[in-house]
Design a protein around this ligand. Sequence first.
Ligand SMILES: NC(=O)c1ccc[n+]([C@@H]2O[C@H](COP(=O)([O-])OP(=O)(O)OC[C@H]3O[C@@H](n4cnc5c(N)ncnc54)[C@H](OP(=O)(O)O)[C@@H]3O)[C@@H](O)[C@H]2O)c1
Length: 359
Amino acid sequence: MKQYRVGIIGATGMVGQRFVTLLSGHPWFTPVILAASASSAGKTYEEAVSARWVMDKPIPDEVKDLVVYDAIKDMEFIAANVDFVFCAVNMSKQETQMMEEAYAKLECPVISNNSAHRKYDDVPMVVPEVNPEHILAIEAQRKRLGTKKGFIAVKSNCSLQTYVPPLTPLRKYGITKILACTYQAISGAGKTFARWPEMVDNVIPYIGGEEEKSEQEPLKLWGHLENGVIVNAAEPDITSQCIRVPVSDGHMAAVFVSFKETPSIETIKEIWNDFDNPIADLELPSAPKKFLNYFEEQDRPQTKLDRMLENGMAVSMGRLRPDTQYDYKFVCLSHNTLRGAAGGAVLLAELLAKKGYMD
Ligand SMILES: NC(=O)c1ccc[n+]([C@@H]2O[C@H](COP(=O)([O-])OP(=O)(O)OC[C@H]3O[C@@H](n4cnc5c(N)ncnc54)[C@H](OP(=O)(O)O)[C@@H]3O)[C@@H](O)[C@H]2O)c1
């Protein structure tokens, strides 16, 4: 497989640090440029992150001494010296949109964790095991942007990556409605307990913008291609409540679901166990061997025990049972900064590289 030179925009942040850690020793992708805001630019990566480094492993030696670039001012240099960039920044939506589009127009593909471009019908928003075919929309996007190579591809919001994967193979039974309550880790806000002491022994019943994303983004993931662009699915109805809980990493969801033709509990467990994975044959380095994992134990999945399953790239489910108002209810869990953020973006980039979009 070809080797790719990679840039990380927002490399000093929570998700950026995950990218740096995940790409250390990656068989296809080598980070050669790290970029962040003007306040980090000019420092070595080690100086720029200093006390903000929150990963379990130390800063990889090969990036410690890289000098951090200014993602805006040094854009032309960065675009000219990498094959593509990962992007995870805490800028305004408008600034993020302008920056990501500018990189794409400089013929530098952007794999983004930000929400700024998620609603565009020619910008694929992909969970590789759910809707890999949506990358075909890149052709229409390249026409709109006037590029030959440059494009933007995005990841979906992290919370719904707990419940969209297990519900996807059940869509053939006609899902009519979903209620999802998410219990989300503090790293989802780019925070640790040291930086957010108010979260110790506390629950905050509000995460700005999260419920709208949790209700709308599944419809794009479940959408289909028409005339080269993505048309959102018209159903099911989805309602959600998103709650911040005192957990470092790992988003849990309590899900209620009804069907037009209700499958049995045994059938659902079989479908999950034998999940027909559309990327199984591509041998992507970050793909989990088993994407969907059902636990029979009453008290699983648990955040601390199960979030790192398959290097944090698996989704776990448990407690599937009948409900009094919906057909069934169950719980599910995924790691928000791995499967839900940097890991999912790396897997998406691997899919795009394998399919030739980075060349
Ligand atoms: N955390 C998660 O679990 C998660 C999951 C999915 C998606 N996301 C999304 O990923 C993005 C980043 O989240 P995060 O948690 O990593 O945030 P974060 O820890 O606050 O990091 C933000 C990064 O953006 C950089 N930045 C800020 N202003 C900039 C500018 N003007 N130009 C260039 N870089 C700039 C920062 O650089 P400096 O250090 O120089 O300020 C830093 O590297 C957000 O859009 C978030 O919604 C996060």
